[in-house]
Each structure stands twice: as C-alpha cells, then as structure tokens.
Design a protein around this ligand. Sequence first.
Ligand code: FE2
Length: 243
Amino acid sequence: MSEAFKWVAREGSAAGSLDVGDTVTLRVHENRTTIDDTKLQVHAVGEPILKGERVAGRHALADGEQAVKSPIKFAHVVLKTTRYSEMLEWWQLVLSASVRHGNDFITFLSYDDEHHRLAIVRLPHLKERDDSLSGVEHFAFTFATLGDLFSKYQQLKARGITPYWTINHGMNFSAYYRDPDGNQVELQIDAMSPQTADEFMNSPVFAANPIGVDVDFDALIARFEAGESAESIVRYPGYSPVA
Ligand SMILES: [Fe+2]
C-alpha cells in the first residue's frame, strides 16, 4: 500500500492582513520527500458561516432562483469490501460501534441515535483500492473530549493499530488511520469554539498554513496524564484567539 501524501504548508505572502488574491506555497511531501510545491491563491475570506446567512446555495443561486434549505446533518457512509469480517471487526473497534442489523451481504453499524452511521457491504468481485484514482481522501469522526480521543488512540495502539498522521489542524486536532482496505479515516476533536474557528479560518495564520502542524500523540498524552489541560495541549502555535 502506498503512503498517503502529507501536506506541509510553508510560510506564504499572507502575513499581517489577509485578502483575496494573496498567495501561499503548499509543499506536498510523500515519505519525507518533497514531491510538489504548489502556489495557492486565496479565493475567499471574510465570510465566516456564523456571521453569514445560513442559507443553502447562497453562492449557487441563479438569477431569480429561490434559496432552499441545507441538509440538517451528515448521516452515514457506506463502504464496499472483499474483507468483510476484517472490516466489520476494525470499524466496530475504531468507532466503539454496535451492529444494528447484519447479514452475509450488508451490516449496519452505529454508535449513537442514528440508525446507521456506517454500513459495510460485501462484494467479492471488487478490485483492490487504487490511490491513483479520484475519490474520497478521508472522512472524519469527532470525539467529545481530548481524553476520549487519547483513550481511543491508546486502545487502538494496544491492538497494533496506529495512525499514519497525527496533526493539530487548529480548529480540530486529529489522528488519521487506514482501515484494512486502505480507506482513510480521521478521528478528531474540535479544538476551538465555532466562533473562534471562524476567526481562525479567516486569519493570515490559517491562510499561510491551511493544513496544520504535526504532533506527537505519545508525548502529548504524557503531558496530559501529568496534569496539563486539554486547552493547553491543543493550543495552536502562533495563533492567539481574538476573544
Ligand atoms: Fe480532515
């Protein structure tokens, strides 16, 4: 299985103030080797969702078209596999999920009041995953607390399941894993309030590095267990919240 890309942002020209048209350089690494430097131009700033109208399609309406509502939530993901039992075991463990209904073809998993958050379908004819094809890069699940995320990391590590990437994104703080098929999933916590996340994502700090900074979970767990607060551990370097 090929290693996934790691995106490492470098200092860009966006500093002090941020505006549409500012450029930053995004460096793409693979196995510690730089494979690409990409100039990015900022397309949109200053439209934090909390300050704007929560109206679906407000950027996509044609003249005279009426706005319609957004979905109220993201509901579920369905994965297709040839490794049916292996995938079921992995996902139940990773999400601490239970089976709501299952048979030889499809199993519905959930961990909350949703009837299914994840379903796994067995299709024996499938080819192996091919990372050269377009498609989903990863999807993510949010834990309630840093302690819960660290506990899940430790539980998985004890079973030989380790993340390929651990990172502080600023507004979220994450560990990325691959399931037995190579699907990539992010386990995270929200590290900022919605308002602070809005401000952060419209700051020059975020424009210069929209990816984040790598972190060492084992080292941070040691600090956490020694009594350092979750707020201190997830604090994003170089960014001071406005409020
Ligand atoms: Fe993500």
